[in-house]
Design a binder for this molecule. Structure first.
Ligand SMILES: [Zn+2]
Length: 509
């Protein structure tokens, strides 16, 4: 595809939702609308934030292409949209919005989409694939479509068959989202110049990947990322990616995958996708090691003797959609009478509201947390001093989302004995220390931090940590996949099943 125009029109849009299917169907259309960035609002984007869309915007500006903004439903997460009928109707509203905006921008020369890769709607397992397919149907076969996915994506053939290139974020925490978006625009440039004719292959791998084993700064994930560099250096390879999957949904789409994009050589793309998948499969035991119980992790941390000891409560990771009100770590910290300890953040709108009504210096007497599910309880009775309050609006200041506005609703820092608790109204994982800083809680001074996050907190807390342990508490986002109530998962899958044949008999147990 060689363009005559030097100012190709690039359509840019996205519908981002990480669907946590084991939660009650609780996502609503109004939540999508709250996060809607209209085509007019796109003009206000700086192009500098660490989002895929900002990366698209930055690349389009740098290459002096013409920007054709669509609509962007940014960074959503939570359960299915409530009710099968409402779920599909809401999905149609979002999709129609995207396609309608596309119709206003025609004619265009390419489409760039930011899609999480684990968006599902009841009775539509692969909603991202549906979006890409609808865009393809609308623009036709000749217009290049490049999609950028989150690392936690469940890739299906529908997405691959309907797009020209899929790029997956390579970092966890996802500090490279801007870079991925910008790369996509530069690949378009090569397509327009006629020097790139993308050919893409993917391979699903029957593995349920443990979240702790996705952290890219640590082995074994750092070795997987080096492997991507190895494939990228092969002649004719344009892009190589690993999707580690999103496992907290009961869907046949769940699982890891590899994607290789080559220049006009589909056979080579297939060969390398097989090779990379085989490399991952051979090491399957490395990706699924069980996590520690919190008490054992604390003992190990004390043995190391460097502080703060951070316990990542991955089973209640609010960033992945978990309720954020599990009390297991709080109960443990109180039972052990820990000093200089803090829980970040416990989601409890009623407690946060009460704390605001009582005011700083007062005492909050009530039961907190543990209300969403019996796996998250029981609630904890406190008589806690109210240390500080905020309305919950702040801007991230760590490397992952620096400059991005966040709103977690009325928030309170309370202290029960020597354990601090940050109570928020809305759920969000602690990504950096910005919210604590506003409240006056100095995380560096803490000896023990219980953080409701799996990996993203590392971007803002690793620099101050003495030691970090991902721990297995009770919760809806357990890493013990045998506990999750799957019915529709593709089987066999490792580690739930044994003696799986994959790629070649050399790789079977
Ligand atoms: Zn992710």
């Amino acid at each position: 595809m060689i363009l005559k125009s030097t100012k190709p029109r690039i359509a840019v849009g996205g519908i981002e939702h990480e669907t946590a299917g084991f939660l009650e169907g609780n996502t609503t259309l109004s939540e999508f609308k709250e996060r809607r960035v209209s085509s007019e609002d796109f003009l206000g984007l700086s192009g500098e934030e660490n989002t895929v869309i900002d990366g698209f915007v930055c690349g389009v500006k740098e290459l002096n292409f013409t920007f054709a903004p669509l609509v962007w439903y940014r960074g959503g997460r939570g359960g299915y949209i409530a009710g099968p009928k409402a779920s599909q109707e809401t999905f149609q509203v979002l999709l129609s919005d995207l396609i309608e905006n596309l119709s206003y921008q025609m004619p265009i020369d390419a489409v760039l989409l930011s899609l999480h890769g684990s968006f599902a709607v009841e009775e539509i397992d692969d909603a991202d694939g549906k979006v890409i397919e609808a865009v393809r149907d609308f623009v036709g076969q000749e217009i290049p479509i490049i999609v950028v996915h989150d690392l936690h994506c469940n890739i299906t053939s529908k997405s691959v068959n309907s797009s020209d290139i899929i790029i997956i974020s390579k970092t966890y925490p996802h500090v490279d989202m801007h870079e991925c978006g910008k790369n996509a625009v530069y690949l378009l440039k090569s397509i327009f110049e006629g020097i790139l004719k993308p050919t893409m292959a993917f391979k699903q791998i029957p593995i349920l990947w443990n979240a702790k084993k996705m952290i890219t700064s640590e082995k074994p994930m750092s070795e997987a990322i080096s492997k991507l560099s190895y494939f990228n250096s092969k002649p004719g390879v344009v892009s190589s990616s690993i999707g580690v999957g999103y496992q907290w949904i009961d869907s046949p789409a769940v699982g890891a995958s590899t994607i290789i994009v080559t220049n006009d050589n589909l056979d080579r793309a297939r060969k390398y996708a097989d090779e990379l998948s085989g490399w991952i499969w051979e090491r399957r035991a490395d990706w699924v090691n069980p996590s520690l119980k919190p008490l054992k992790a604390l003992k190990l941390g004390e043995k190391i003797g460097e502080y703060p000891i951070i316990l990542a409560d991955q089973a209640d990771n609010s960033g992945g959609g978990a309720p954020g009100d599990s009390t297991e770590l709080l109960r443990l910290f109180l039972k052990l009478k820990l000093e200089k300890a803090a829980i970040l953040y416990l989601v409890d709108p009623e407690a946060a509201k009460n704390a605001h009504e009582i005011g700083v210096g007062g005492i909050l007497k009530m039961k907190i947390g543990g209300y969403s599910h019996n796996l998250c309880g029981p609630p904890v009775k406190v008589s806690a001093k109210i240390m500080a309050l905020t309305n919950g609006e702040f801007y991230y200041d760590g490397p992952y989302l620096k400059g991005v506005r966040e709103f977690v609703g009325p928030t309170a820092w309370i202290k029960q004995n020597e354990v601090s608790i940050i109570l928020t109204t809305h759920k969000q994982q602690p990504i950096d220390q910005a919210l604590c800083r506003i409240l006056g809680l100095d995380c560096k001074e803490m000896k023990y931090l219980g953080i409701k996050s799996t990996g993203h907190f590392r971007s803002g807390f690793e620099s101050i940590a003495g030691s970090i342990f991902n721990v297995e508490c009770n919760g809806l986002f357990s890493q013990d996949f045998s506990k999750l109530p799957y019915k529709n998962l593709g089987r066999p899958v490792y580690p739930l099943d044994k003696n799986i044949k994959f790629l070649s008999s050399d790789f079977t147990d």
